[in-house]
Design a protein around this ligand. Structure first.
Ligand SMILES: [Zn+2]
Ligand SMILES: [Zn+2]
Length: 383
């Protein structure tokens, strides 16, 4: 895995099929049978391609093409009745298909940008999948699977995370977690992560002293739940879908302690709990990005800065990063800039940057940040 990222990006750009020695999705040396194509769109008066945002291509072997299509099909036909058996998969959250420009994966109505996704067989001109429209969040999720499906399939959960997979679960045995979540997939993921850590999960009623997970949803206020509980719980963690920036902002102002993106992975839950408890209430949140305000003075940790492009708002970039970085990476706001601090050695920084660039589909420009050049003494994460 290490170091493959940059090669992937360059070879795909040069020659999408012939030069590809390894299928990135399964990691096997199989010939590419098809190319997954992601064409970013933005809404002006209608949905239009935006020249700022590049078309991204991912080669797939035949077996990965069929696997990925099967996963998409399952997510789209799943409804909210039971969680998709794949960590981090989007869910329709009970939404119904009504409008033409709903995301055809999670059925959310995208704000100002989305992606047209199809799959072109090698040597063919017509898609082997029908083209479909996806929100930026589902688009990045599909790209993350095309770039590496092994972890999602459970074939390489540990190996693929490299050093990340070796992170010990924090000792949180005294902790109680309570849930107020409509999304069953996320509730199941939290229960699974907590079971792994030996942490008790209680029903939504008895919240005293617990870490309470609440769900933000676009257009519905979670602030009341935060206000009612903030004095009696240990912390409130807001589980936030892509379109709920405003609702999250209000929840943080009302005293929420942390937020995670919806859907969740077990590692994000584990790392999120550890971070929440470590920080306590000392966090100051950047109003636009909803990221913890930090200073990099004196830090020698590898860091990458992300700059939104076009009319992409800073919260969208912050949300997408938090959704797709590993659970123990930190995304912070430094002087209003979005900064990623990956728990990775400096030599892997470029691979991390290229992977995230690919997922963000050009919606943000990224650059390694030479913190050492601007440096006095120590990293203060403001909590
Ligand atoms: Zn493959
Ligand atoms: Zn979606």
């Amino acid at each position: 895995m290490a170091g493959r990222g940059p090669i992937v990006g360059q070879r795909v750009a040069d020659n999408p099929i012939m030069a590809y020695p390894v299928c990135p999705c399964c990691g096997d040396r199989r010939p590419a049978a098809a190319t997954l194509r992601r064409r970013p769109l933005r809404r002006t008066t209608s949905w239009q391609p935006d020249p700022l945002w590049q078309v991204r291509r991912h080669p797939l072997c035949g077996s990965c093409e069929r696997w990925l299509w099967g996963v998409l099909d399952e997510v789209r036909n799943h409804g909210a009745a039971r969680p998709v058996p794949l960590f981090g998969a989007p869910s329709t959250g009970g939404r119904l298909p009504v409008f033409e420009d709903q995301c055809q994966v999670c059925l959310a109505v995208p704000q100002d940008y989305g992606t047209m996704i199809d799959c072109i067989p090698s040597g063919g001109s017509r898609g082997s999948w029908p083209a479909f429209f996806a929100c930026a969040s589902c688009d990045a999720w599909i790209a993350s699977l095309a770039e590496d499906g092994r972890s999602a399939r459970g074939e390489a959960t540990r190996a693929i995370d490299g050093a990340y997979g070796d992170w010990p679960h924090p000792n949180l045995r005294e902790l109680r977690v309570s849930l107020d979540l409509a999304d069953r997939g996320s509730a199941a993921t939290i229960r699974e992560a907590c079971a792994e850590m030996g942490v008790e999960v209680v029903g939504g009623v008895d919240t005293v002293g617990s870490v309470l997970f609440v769900e933000a949803s676009p257009g519905a206020s979670v602030t009341r739940v935060v206000r009612e509980n903030v004095k009696i719980v240990r912390a409130v963690v807001v589980v936030t879908p892509f379109g709920a920036g405003r609702e999250l902002r209000e929840a943080l102002q009302a005293g929420a302690s942390n937020w995670l993106t919806l859907p969740l992975t077990p590692q994000q839950v584990t790392a999120g709990l550890a971070t929440t408890l470590r920080r306590g209430l000392r966090v100051r949140w950047d109003e636009l990005s909803c990221l913890p305000v930090a200073s990099l003075e004196g830090s020698d940790r590898p860091a990458i800065a992300f700059f939104p492009l076009g009319d992409t708002d800073v919260f969208s970039v912050a949300w997408l990063l938090r959704r797709f970085v590993r659970g123990y990476d930190e995304v912070v706001s430094v002087g209003g800039q979005v900064i990623l601090l990956p728990r990775a050695p400096a030599e892997r920084l470029e691979a991390v940057r290229v992977r995230l660039d690919l997922l963000l589909a050009g919606r943000a420009h990224s650059a390694p940040l030479d913190a050492a050049a601007t440096a006095p003494p120590r990293l203060d994460l403001a909590g």
